[in-house]
Design a binder for this molecule. Structure first.
Ligand code: PEP
Ligand code: MG
Length: 578
């Protein structure tokens, strides 16, 4: 008999394959091939980790009280000396160059060689130095693993994860990108919520995924074959042949469904009453543009630029960002591109060379998104310049995340104006009329949406955060995820407020949170007056199908009833009609 375990399905697709369990606190050192053109970058990454490790030891040495026994300070000094020795400064660099391998793997080989030498020694004292090597090497490995390099090369990644279903306690968005490059078939995490950025990224990367499957690592062992269904959130272990055949057939049917949709992908989304609905795509990575075309999206309604800042030591400079934006525009071939300015913080942490970052107690409410950008102009201004320069090359819109006050908007508008003046001075081209929009994802912004509209060209509703902040539920905390409800009357009233503000001031309103791509809410949103949606490209077929069967005036009548409900039971009855 098969064993079935339930979690929250966050990225659809059936995957069948052997399990690989990532153990907490054990270092998984993998070997990758680094393409020749990225070798220098890889060496810099190693040297940077070495520098940070040294600095950490110096800080430790400076912070210990003078009463500390001298053998402790000696121990720190020994480790510092080891970090400055050519066995760690140049040997791993030589290995990277000779073997075209990643820094972690080069360091592991060097560590094994050193340990071997020490183990051959007769002297007991010297043999114990082996622990020092491990201590120092592990310190560097942790730093390297916190800043993994993206494996840009295709087909060169020799990974033992390939085709495996990865089981972890949790994965960061940066890990998720890395895992996809290693060819994993699917992943399951014990923690996490459906609107975490790890889940969003899984959908974007088309990796079937389940989150919130508590204690799953206790029930499985490495290499046993399991089946997972990413839409329903199921895992099947001890699978018999007939179940296996059933799921293999489901996999083939899913492929056929997508092929059938692709025949009509370029037809517009039109309702029964002849209203054309704009369907845009959300993208996270430049490569996602192919899915925009593949699924027939009108353009990009949300490009989450923060992923450009992950898995690297230094943040991308203005020129690099400009080139990426231009490359995306070229590939979009005339389709509009909405570039969201950096939304770092909360569950999207990178250090990007910023050694001073602290993980605050409540990061979702902390220095995130526009707050971080306004505090750190050296991070924000290069991005503004890059976006403005890219606006000379095609239809670009700027979108600002997580505004909670009008003052923040005024500050950003001043910065944009100042950047435009600078570009004019240097005779660099840009579109002076670039549309500027704000994301409405904090309740304060939703309530005063009418005060934002006179200053901007469009509003975009970020329901992932709006729901999180309205209902006070951390979107990545699976303990409270049962409360995460887009249909909560408070959320619906806020959506109505935003849409009313847009209508009153003739400011277009779009929605780019996950709610926009969930077919369960399509009719409700159409009835509320939403005519522009932005979603993960894979969600487009189903949403488009529902639009074609919707009659907006009748939906509007039901939504009006819903918005008038004073009674929760009655509210739920009306909802069922949508
Ligand atoms: C949102 O909050 O709905 C949104 C689209 O932004 P993100 O998911 O990147 O926070
Ligand atoms: Mg958001």
């Amino acid at each position: 008999m098969s064993l079935a375990i339930q979690g929250s399905g966050v990225s659809s697709g059936i995957a069948i394959g052997p399990v690989h369990i990532l153990q907490r606190n054990t270092l998984e050192i993998l070997e990758y091939t680094i393409p020749a053109e990225l070798i220098d970058e890889e060496i810099k990454r190693y040297q940077y980790a070495l520098e940070v490790a040294k600095q950490q030891l110096r800080d430790l040495r400076n912070s210990i009280p003078s009463s500390t026994p001298p053998d402790i300070t000696e121990f720190i000094d020994t480790h510092l000396l080891m970090l400055q020795d050519s066995t760690l400064t140049s040997a791993p660099v030589d290995i990277i160059r000779q073997q075209y391998c990643n820094a972690e793997w080069a360091l592991k080989q060097q560590r094994d060689a050193l340990v071997h030498v020490f183990e051959q020694m007769d002297n007991d004292y010297l043999r114990t130095r082996r622990d020092d090597i491990d201590h120092v090497v592990n310190g560097i490995q942790y730093l390297l693993l916190a800043n993994p390099v993206l494996q840009e090369s295709t087909g060169s990644t020799a990974s033992r994860f390939k085709g495996h279903i990865l089981i972890a306690d949790d994965l960061s968005p940066a890990d998720t990108v890395l895992m996809q490059h290693q060819g994993i078939a699917a992943f399951i995490t014990e923690g996490g919520g459906p609107t975490s950025h790890t889940a969003i990224l899984a959908r974007s990367l088309r990796i079937p995924a389940i989150v919130g499957m508590h204690h799953i690592r206790h029930y499985l062992k490495d290499d046993e074959t399991v089946v997972i269904d990413g839409s329903r959130g199921w895992l099947l272990a001890d699978v018999d042949d007939s179940s296996l055949h059933f799921y293999q057939r489901r996999q083939r049917e899913e492929d056929q469904r997508i092929t059938a949709y692709l025949q009509t992908r370029d037809e517009p989304a039109v309702t029964v009453d002849n209203t054309t609905i704009t369907l845009n795509a959300n993208i996270e990575l430049p490569d996602d543009v192919s899915a925009v075309h593949e699924m027939g999206a009108h353009g990009v309604g949300l490009y989450r630029t923060e992923f450009l800042f992950m898995n690297r030591v230094q943040p991308p400079d203005e020129q690099e960002q400009y080139e990426v934006y231009r490359h995306i525009l070229d590939n979009l071939a005339g389709k509009p591109l909405t570039i969201r300015t950096l939304d770092l913080g909360a569950d999207k942490q990178v250090d990007g060379g910023r050694e001073d970052i602290n993980i605050v107690t409540n990061p979702a409410l902390g220095l995130r998104a526009i707050r971080l950008c306004l505090k750190e102009p050296e991070l924000f201004l290069p991005q503004l310049r890059a976006i403005l320069r890219a606006s000379a090359c095609g239809p670009v819109r700027i979108m600002l995340p997580m505004l909670s006050t009008i003052q923040e908007l005024q500050q950003v508008l001043r910065l944009i104006k100042h950047t435009q003046e600078q570009l004019r001075l240097y005779k660099l081209d840009f579109n002076p009329n670039i549309p500027i929009g704000v994301m409405i994802e904090v309740p304060s912004a939703a309530i005063m949406a009418h005060m934002f509209t006179p200053h901007v060209d469009f509003l975009s509703i970020g329901t992932n955060d709006l729901i999180q902040y309205t209902l006070a539920i951390d979107r990545i905390d699976d303990e409270v995820n049962y409360l995460y409800d887009p249909l909560n009357p408070a959320v619906i009233q806020l959506l109505a407020t935003i849409l009313r503000a847009g209508k009153r001031h003739h400011t277009p309103v779009t929605m780019c949170g996950e709610m926009a791509g969930d077919p369960s809410y399509t009719k409700l949103l159409l009835g509320m007056g939403l005519t522009e949606f932005s979603m993960h490209p894979n969600s487009l077929p189903q949403v488009k199908h529902l639009i074609a069967t919707s009659h907006i005036p009748s939906l509007q009548a039901t939504v009006n009833q819903l918005l008038q409900c004073d009674d929760y039971e009655n509210y739920n009855q009306v909802l069922e009609q949508l």
